[in-house]
Design a protein around this ligand. Structure first.
Ligand SMILES: Cc1cc2nc3c(=O)[nH]c(=O)nc-3n(C[C@H](O)[C@H](O)[C@H](O)COP(=O)(O)OP(=O)(O)OC[C@H]3O[C@@H](n4cnc5c(N)ncnc54)[C@H](O)[C@@H]3O)c2cc1C
Length: 458
């Protein structure tokens, strides 16, 4: 019997300092929680049950996999520790982004992942926003979805060459992206600080928790089983089955997929050790005068700029601005975090009135050190039929949805489409706590660079 649970897991001191959530900025405090329709009614796992594919984690990745498995006729059961969307999927900014982080353009992906996987991942990501909006339409998910486009405004003139190159790379893959001129960028964003912008019209925004709950409902409707309040405490390999233990029940599965993002809590320490957690704050302002929408993001796009500590913002259906980002400081107070991001926005959008943090919350994402998606083998043998997947690099909503679909096609054996992400062994970082420390140093240093670049660009 192989036991891969790691009892007694607790974050290191450095993780606590750099990534620990503020207790007052919880899931329930979010604007999305206040406004999303209820999810499907479910019950915790009790007694012993069996399934073909056990999925641990009820976020976009888990539910997209479960939905597409169920549609392919494969029995899937999702175990979620809390409720659908309790992780990053219910707390993010709601941007639907069909590309990868700045710096991870198609040529880099091909260099890092090899020609074939690089190309497959870029194709998957490029089409991912279309998939999200298509699922929303097909399953009638009420989530305030707007396919109004995603823009990445450029904060220095030096970056314009990069912008042209980025556009050319994605266009060579058939993506309908565009480079916007300075005048267009200023009009689109409402801010004079920008010099141009990348536009992907297939992106947009939505209520992320409502989307996650809707995906969960669609998966259940298609025949997947879902148990909430069912934290998996241990996974064990027994013969040719996986045995998952929760507080009240046991699930026996032929195959196992962990989609726990940064919050697995030690179920698979090696796989979890490949990622480092990043805590992000989110703020929704008070409702503003709707007339302001004519001068700030007039086409209702979502925007995230090219700064290292990027500025990201969007409107909600009831005329609030949602923004957020990294911690104000690793040791910052919750009150400071609430105003820090609104102040940054106000500086570049002077037409806005004083912004108040009507809602503030935070979430944790996980990223591998190279920000690439991963599909990692669990267990000691290649034939163990257990994997851990992450597809979050800060722009994970569309990518996790798309990867879930591909994983389902792969697990159901019903497609000739090649898996875009290679199956690898976990490659944990040698001293995981150092990743958090490095991040705490990275932040102030890169803020200085951003400030210097903006000053030069004026
Ligand atoms: C504040 C913030 C803003 C972001 N903004 C954006 C954005 O605008 N656009 C974008 O594309 N991406 C954004 N992201 C990233 C995006 O939210 C994530 O990439 C995506 O939600 C990850 O989905 P997931 O399913 O992999 O993980 P999660 O949504 O984190 O789901 C993991 C689930 O696993 C459950 N779990 C953990 N351990 C166990 C266990 N032992 N047993 C059972 N269940 C368990 C958790 O409760 C959780 O619900 C943001 C992230 C954050 C935190």
């Amino acid at each position: 019997m192989t036991k891969i649970a790691h009892e007694g897991y607790s974050p290191t001191l450095f993780e606590r300092l750099a990534a620990a959530p503020h207790p007052s900025l919880t899931f329930q405090e979010s604007f999305w929680h206040a406004t999303a329709p209820a999810g499907p009614r479910t019950i915790p796992l009790e007694g012993e049950a069996e399934t073909d594919v056990a999925i641990v984690g009820g976020g976009y990745l888990g539910f997209s996999t479960a939905l597409h498995l169920a549609e392919a006729g494969v029995e899937a059961t999702v175990l979620e520790a809390d409720e659908p969307g309790f992780g990053a999927s219910g707390r993010n900014t709601g941007f639907v982004v069909p590309n990868l982080l700045t710096g991870l353009d198609p040529t880099v992906m091909r260099r890092e992942m090899g020609d074939e996987h690089g190309r497959l991942i870029c194709d998957m990501v490029g089409q991912s926003a279309e998939l999200v909006f298509d699922l929303i339409r097909r399953h009638g998910i009420a989530c305030e979805a707007r396919q109004s486009g995603w823009i990445q405004p450029v904060h220095t003139p030096e970056k314009l060459a990069w912008l042209e190159d980025r556009v050319a790379q994605w266009r060579s893959l058939g993506r309908p992206v565009q480079a916007l001129s300075r005048d267009e960028a200023v009009y689109e964003t409402g801010s004079e600080v920008y010099h141009g912008a990348f536009l992907d019209p297939t992106g947009g925004h939505l209520n992320p928790l409502a989307y996650c709950r809707g995906l969960a409902a669609a998966a259940v409707q298609a025949g997947a089983r879902l148990h909430t309040n069912s934290r998996v405490r241990e996974v064990q390999r027994q013969g040719d089955r996986w045995r998952l233990t929760t507080d009240r029940g046991t699930l026996v599965a032929k195959r196992l997929l962990l989609t726990t993002n940064s919050t697995g809590g030690g179920l698979a320490p090696k796989a979890e050790g490949t990622q480092f957690p990043i805590t992000l704050f989110q703020v929704a302002s008070q409702p503003l005068d709707p007339a302001l929408r004519e001068s700030v993001l007039p086409r209702d796009r979502s925007a995230a700029d090219t700064r290292k500590e990027l500025v990201a913002y969007r409107w909600t259906w009831d005329n609030r601005i949602v923004t957020g980002g990294l911690l104000a400081s690793p040791f910052g107070s919750a009150e400071r975090a609430k105003t820090y991001h609104l102040d940054r926005l106000q500086e570049m959008l002077p037409q806005l009135p004083p912004l108040e943090p009507a809602y503030a919350w935070q979430g944790r994402l996980a990223a591998a050190r190279d920000f690439m998606p991963r599909l990692m083998r669990l267990g000691e043998r290649g034939s163990d039929q257990g994997w851990s997947a992450i597809a979050c690099n800060g722009r994970g909503m569309a990518m996790t949805t798309a990867l879930g679909r591909r994983l389902a096609l792969w697990l159901s054996g019903g497609s000739n489409e090649k898996l875009p992400v290679p199956v690898t062994d976990p490659d944990p970082v040698a001293v995981p706590s150092l990743a958090s420390v490095a991040f705490s140093v990275w932040l102030p240093w890169n803020r200085r660079i951003d400030r210097a670049e903006l000053k030069r660009a004026k």
